[in-house]
Design a protein around this ligand. Structure first.
Ligand code: SF4
Ligand code: SF4
Length: 343
């Protein structure tokens, strides 16, 4: 959450933003305008990648200031394009659209929350996998993570509806495993910032997969591949969970070689951008895939259904498969082959 008291106006956040080209003076001027509650050019250039909160040396969380101001000013492309989606979300949260879908599991197993993602946003067979056997699987508009609505001009939605979503999940009476990073961020990060109660135990998908693979080591065939990882933007809010992912990669026998666009320097998957600036989105995708290929990657691994979808086109174009993280585990467990005809 934006904390003006931590900002020393150093400008690092916007000097380092790769979607604007500001020198330090201009970067500082932009931040000053935002702090005064005024419109600024960065609001229209911002792809909502959250990286500037990583670049900020003081923890002031400048991306949150930008997202608040995008919503307040209301004229930048992301906010304009996102209006129907925000309206749809409100209808869903009020129970007027996108009702709950639930696949019941066994009483001893936790529930897997898909947020509002439809089942077909995940690779075929995901929910028949041994990974999730016996788990209750739930999705629907009333379980939406809200955190991702910063990409559609809905920064305030977390504060307005966060407790409602958490209470809805609590009514399942189960521990929750979040398949989508942003649902986890609502429970683990935003809940503390807004003082929400989280009346259930919860776990990030990376930790769940790590635990599953550790317990089923004998069923794993090490893949012997190199992979590039496309991080979901909100993983920048939970760096400590990268260690679970590294362990997942180690357990399935894939190497994560150093490359230009990862960790602090990761690029946006372009999902928020593709509808408002297609040319820039395609350029970022190209740089991302060329960088992955240059580092010898056999695939790009995604952990967000939106990242996975938007990278489908460049994946075909560059003949580099994009594999959802659960599918990577399923391949190592012998449930699926490595994508045919690929590297
Ligand atoms: S969120 Fe990303 S695109 Fe927006 S200002 Fe920060 S670094 Fe730039
Ligand atoms: S938000 Fe952080 S990086 Fe940006 S000007 Fe303030 S202190 Fe510097």
């Amino acid at each position: 959450m934006w904390d003006a008291s931590k900002c020393n106006l150093c400008g690092d956040c916007l000097v380092n933003c790769r979607y604007a080209s500001y020198d330090r003076d201009r970067a500082i001027a932009e931040i000053k305008l935002l702090m005064e509650g005024k419109d600024a050019e960065i609001l229209s250039k911002c792809t909502t990648c959250i990286a500037c909160s990583d670049y900020c040396p003081t923890g002031a969380d400048p991306s949150n200031l930008i997202f608040k101001m995008q919503e307040k000013i209301g004229t930048c492309p992301i906010v304009v394009v996102g209006k129907p989606l925000r309206e749809e979300l409100v209808r869903a949260l009020e129970g007027r659209e996108d009702p709950r879908q639930l696949i019941p599991g066994t009483p001893d197993k936790p529930a897997l929350s898909l947020d509002a993602f439809r089942f077909d946003y995940f690779p075929e067979g995901t929910f028949d996998s041994q990974l999730f056997k016996g788990m209750t699987i739930v999705r629907g508009g009333q379980y939406v993570s809200l955190v991702g609505y910063v990409h559609m001009g809905g920064e305030s939605f977390v504060e307005k509806y966060g407790q409602r979503v958490l209470d809805k999940l609590a009514r399942l009476g189960k521990d929750i495993v979040y398949i989508h990073n942003e649902g986890f961020v609502l429970a683990h990060v935003e809940a503390k910032e807004y003082g929400f109660k989280v009346p259930f135990k919860y776990m990030h998908l990376f930790e769940y997969l790590r635990n599953y693979l550790r317990a089923h080591k004998k069923n794993i065939t090490k893949l012997g591949k190199k992979i590039a990882y496309q991080a979901n933007c909100a993983t920048r809010l939970i760096h400590e969970y990268d260690a679970f992912l590294d362990e997942v990669f180690e357990l399935v026998g894939v190497e994560r070689p150093n490359r230009k666009y990862e960790r602090l320097n990761a690029v946006c998957c372009t999902a928020p951008l593709i509808y408002v600036n297609r040319e820039l989105a395609v350029d970022i995708q190209k740089k991302n895939f060329e960088d992955a290929i240059a580092c010898g990657a056999d695939a790009i691994i995604t952990s967000c259904p939106f990242c996975n979808r938007v990278l489908g086109r460049p994946s075909l174009q560059f003949n580099l498969p994009n594999i959802f993280i659960t599918d990577l585990c399923r391949i190592a467990l012998g449930e699926k082959p490595w994508p045919e005809g690929s590297r």
